[in-house]
Write a protein that binds this ligand. Structure first.
Ligand SMILES: Cc1cc2nc3c(=O)[nH]c(=O)nc-3n(C[C@H](O)[C@H](O)[C@H](O)COP(=O)(O)OP(=O)(O)OC[C@H]3O[C@@H](n4cnc5c(N)ncnc54)[C@H](O)[C@@H]3O)c2cc1C
Length: 469
């Protein structure tokens, strides 16, 4: 029997162990069959049912709602998506601003929905201290990033530079030289959000089958070991688990992300650290360390990703795993005042990485297949927007969401999604990128000031970063 307390801090600190819903036990018909009860699947169901209550919608979930990345993440609800610059590149500035506005408003929309549905997920909009630079080379990179954000349609109110003193007023991290502040970001308790959303969707009349693993998806037909679902529309919402269903794994592959959490910290320790508004934060490293102050006063700290040969999702983690030691070192390096606190939780999960490093919402009316995902490490807020967009696409509604450049109507997957290269290329490339980024960072830390090694490492890392765009 599965012990969900080990899934993440968020599951571990829930008032009670989740009740498992019944599995599918026979062949059934539905209007819409959604595969995966994470945020994407659940928000899609939520908006479809809100817009057309008579729809017969079922959700098929291999484990329990929120067992995937949605119940395990770092809880940033961010008003941006990866790959935004690519999507808006061909657009005039006013259209770029409109795309940004939709992404920013999305954060408040989530807060509003949680309130309407009485889901207590500790939603707190404190903004984010983004890409904090700790070395001159990082400051150069992050100031360049700020310029790019303005080019993608952000205004000076949507993001601005904090110098070293302004950063220190908000958070005392070691060697902080400056950061970008973005007000359009909140934090949540992810598991409470996904479990509450599942309950809300169920109360609206959507049937959720848990412990029901889908083995095959065909137009209008979904197969599981215990029954098939014949449905007009089929919505795979599998993200980091796309490879578990044939035909999807070559487009979005799983990348593992790991997080640690401390015990609840004393007020005096939080006075030393800062984050008075419970701002989210991340550093300016290319491999990104990030976190939040949880509602119960813990430091939540995530860092770096990992890729398993063959693109297999991973769900089981233990704080004893060696993988967590590097996260501890990174956290102590950023916040030396945490050196003596207890680290009580360590967990991880699989996020979904698309080959073009930008997320998508696609509906192909001919096959009746709709899908959204490819969020990388930034899917908590976008999955709400993309689920809502899928609902509009499926119901043939022309809305501001279906006009966004990441929404694709009647497009076969292949024209929108790029295929990942076969192994061993993916594995070798991922290892090379991590090695180069680590090399660059070690040079920054050990030898302040310009050096030949640094500029070579910087060039190599810049080139590899370009590959990921
Ligand atoms: C450790 C970690 C930290 C993260 N931190 C952040 C963050 O701070 N902010 C942010 O914006 N994003 C973050 N992300 C990413 C974010 O969590 C995801 O983008 C988001 O949760 C994706 O939701 P989803 O519903 O698309 O996928 P998931 O939540 O992964 O849902 C997929 C569901 O499908 C189910 N499933 C799998 N296989 C099958 C099958 N064969 N049949 C039926 N069901 C199946 C799974 O059990 C799962 O419940 C993080 C991710 C991880 C792993």
């Amino acid at each position: 029997m599965n012990n969900y307390k080990n899934t993440s801090l968020w599951f571990n600190t829930m008032d009670q162990e989740p009740t498992v819903r019944n599995p599918l036990t026979s062949d059934i018909d539905a209007d819409v069959a959604i595969i995966g009860a994470g945020y994407t699947g659940l928000w899609t169901a939520y908006y479809l049912k809100s817009l057309k209550p008579e729809l017969n919608i079922v959700i098929l979930e291999a484990d329990i709602a929120g067992y995937g990345a949605s119940g395990r993440n770092g809880g940033w609800v961010a008003g941006f998506i990866t790959g935004l610059d690519k999507y808006v590149a061909p657009m005039p500035m006013d259209a770029r601003r409109e795309c940004c506005r939709v992404l920013f408003d999305n954060v408040d929309e989530i807060g509003a929905r949680l309130q309407e549905e009485s889901i207590n997920a500790d939603f707190n909009k404190g903004g984010v201290l983004y890409a904090a630079a700790r070395y001159p080379e990082q400051e150069r990179l992050q100031r360049k990033l700020l310029k790019q954000l303005y080019e993608t349609g952000h205004t000076e109110e949507d993001c601005y530079w904090l110098d070293a003193q302004q950063l220190e007023d908000k958070v005392r991290l070691r060697n902080g030289l400056g950061a970008i502040f973005k007000p359009h970001c909140a934090t949540v308790n992810p598991a409470r959000m996904v479990r509450g959303l599942a309950d809300a969707v169920e109360a609206m009349g959507v049937k959720i089958y848990e412990k029901t693993r889908v083995s095959a998806v065909k137009p209008r037909k979904v197969t599981t070991a215990s029954g098939t679902v014949s449905a007009t529309t089929v919505v795979p919402a599998l993200e980091g688990y796309s490879s578990t269903v044939s035909g999807f794994g070559r487009y979005v592959i799983p990348v593992q992300s790991l997080i640690i959490a401390t015990e609840p910290l004393s007020d005096s320790l939080w006075d030393e650290i800062g984050l008075n508004n419970r701002e989210a934060f991340c550093d300016g490293s290319r491999m990104v360390s990030y976190g939040q102050k949880s509602a119960d006063g813990r430091m939540i700290f995530g860092a770096r990703g990992g890729y398993v040969y063959g693109g297999k999702p991973r769900s089981d983690f233990s704080l004893k795993d060696e993988d967590f030691r590097i996260r501890e070192e990174l956290m102590f390096d950023l916040f030396p005042m945490l050196k003596d606190v207890n680290i009580t939780h360590g967990w991880g999960g699989s996020l979904g990485m698309p080959r073009n490093f930008a997320p998508h919402a696609i509906y192909d009316a001919e096959s009746g297949i709709a899908t959204a995902g490819g969020y990388g490490g930034q899917g908590v807020a976008p999955s709400h927007l993309f689920g809502r967009t899928l609902a509009d696409l499926i119901l043939n509604r022309d809305t501001v969401y279906t006009q966004m450049p990441w929404a694709f109507n009647h497009a076969p997957h292949k024209r929108v999604l790029r295929r990942w290269e076969p192994e061993p290329f993916r594995w070798i490339t991922s290892k090379t990128i991590v090695k180069a980024f680590t090399w660059e960072e070690n040079l920054y830390q050990d030898k302040p000031g310009p050096s030949l090694g640094k500029s070579v490492a910087n060039k190599v890392s810049d080139t590899l970063s370009l590959l990921m765009r």
